[in-house]
Design a protein around this ligand. Structure first.
Ligand code: NDP
Length: 328
């Protein structure tokens, strides 16, 4: 069982030097437990927080422990009445090839629904559910809203924009580079997409001539600084994450907040983990959209568990193009 352990806590950019490989015997399931062979590992920005022991909403990964992460895989041995050999499941955990888990912590994937298993880590998994919560519960998007989302080609942003568009908003993405911005308009169907590597302020002025009603914040940093002064009166911002700042210690200063008063803005941070009911809701709604071809997604697949550390470093620098997963 190849496992990737956390070796040291990075200052700034994480890299392969902060991880170490370990080979151990395959774990043995006890009564109630299930042995899972991992097929795909999800790599997500929150993992940068788990590498740090700074105060957060979740405990850090201990030094020498296997890195945290969600997987989909296949049941190889089951001592739980709910699972049989060959079942495909999600909920297996860790940057490793195998794991044992109590059956109550695993969810069986639907049979032959035409959706690839890895999609349960992305569009129909935690990132998709995050987009659903942010757009429907936090921003409560209304028809005619000008809705802007950053990291628009990524796991959360791509879904958030498509949901907002179905709710009647005019949707503008922000992404890095011509290839990503083209994908966001041509493949995902956003109304516009601007490149944050160019003159973002002018591009936003052109794409949102009347200002921004809803901003779905995924990156922070200079992107946030450009969006903030373009919010309209009574605008709403959902703070989902600030991936551009995760490698910066201390984080850069934020914008002047007097605009909150002048424009009567509403800002709210949120965590998908506070919305357990949304998972089922989104898997039903999003699953139906996906099967009828009304929801697009893109995956960026790194090959081999040993390449997870470098792929993860790239996620915090925009080198992924779509939901980043590792094929194990
Ligand atoms: P993505 O698939 O969107 O990948 C990250 C993207 O962020 C990159 O592709 C890149 O897109 C952009 N990015 C990375 N570094 C920088 C940088 N330095 N400057 C500008 N842009 C950068 O990741 P996810 O969809 O998984 O996550 C998006 C956000 O959602 C993150 O902030 C994450 O922490 C947050 N999140 C929050 C959750 C919650 O419960 N609150 C749950 C899940 C995710 P580009 O090249 O286009 O700039």
């Amino acid at each position: 069982n190849l496992r990737i352990l956390l070796k040291s806590r990075p200052q700034g950019r994480p890299g392969p030097q902060h991880f170490e490989r370990s080979e151990e015997p395959r774990p043995t399931p006890r009564p109630g437990e299930v042995l899972v062979r991992h097929r795909f590992l999800s790599l997500d920005p929150y993992m940068r927080g788990r590498m740090s022991d700074a105060p957060s909403y979740a405990a850090p990964v201990a030094l020498g422990a296997v890195m945290e992460g969600e997987c989909v895989g296949e049941v190889v041995e089951s001592h739980h009445p709910g699972f049989s050999t060959g079942d495909r499941v999600r909920g297996a955990r860790g940057w490793q090839q195998w794991s044992v888990a109590h059956g109550s912590t695993l969810i069986k994937l639907p049979d032959q629904d035409g959706v690839p298993d890895s999609a349960y880590l992305g569009v129909l998994g935690m990132p998709g559910t995050t987009a659903w919560v942010g757009v429907t519960e936090i921003l409560q998007v209304k028809p005619g809203d000008c809705f802007v989302v950053s990291a628009a080609s990524g796991a959360v942003g791509s879904v958030a924009g498509q949901i907002a568009r179905r709710m009647g908003a005019r949707v503008v993405g922000i992404a890095g580079g011509a290839e990503k911005t083209r994908f966001v308009t041509e493949e995902l169907g956003f109304d516009a997409c601007v490149d944050h590597r160019g003159d973002l302020a002018s591009a936003l002025d052109a794409a949102c001539p009347n200002g921004i009603d809803c901003y779905f914040e995924n990156v922070g940093g200079p992107v946030q600084a450009a969006v903030f002064p373009r919010m309209r009166d009574f605008g709403r911002i959902a703070f989902c994450g600030m991936v551009a700042e995760y490698n910066q210690d201390p984080p850069p200063p934020g914008p002047n907040l007097m605009a909150l008063v002048r424009k009567r803005l509403r800002l709210q941070g949120f965590l998908v983990s506070d919305h357990p009911r949304a998972w089922k809701q989104w898997s039903e709604v999003g699953g139906a959209w996906l099967r009828e071809g009304g929801l697009r997604f893109r995956e960026d697949v790194a090959q081999g568990l040993e390449n997870a550390p470098e792929a993860f470093a790239g996620l915090l620098e925009g080198r992924n193009f779509g939901k980043l997963v590792v094929a194990i």
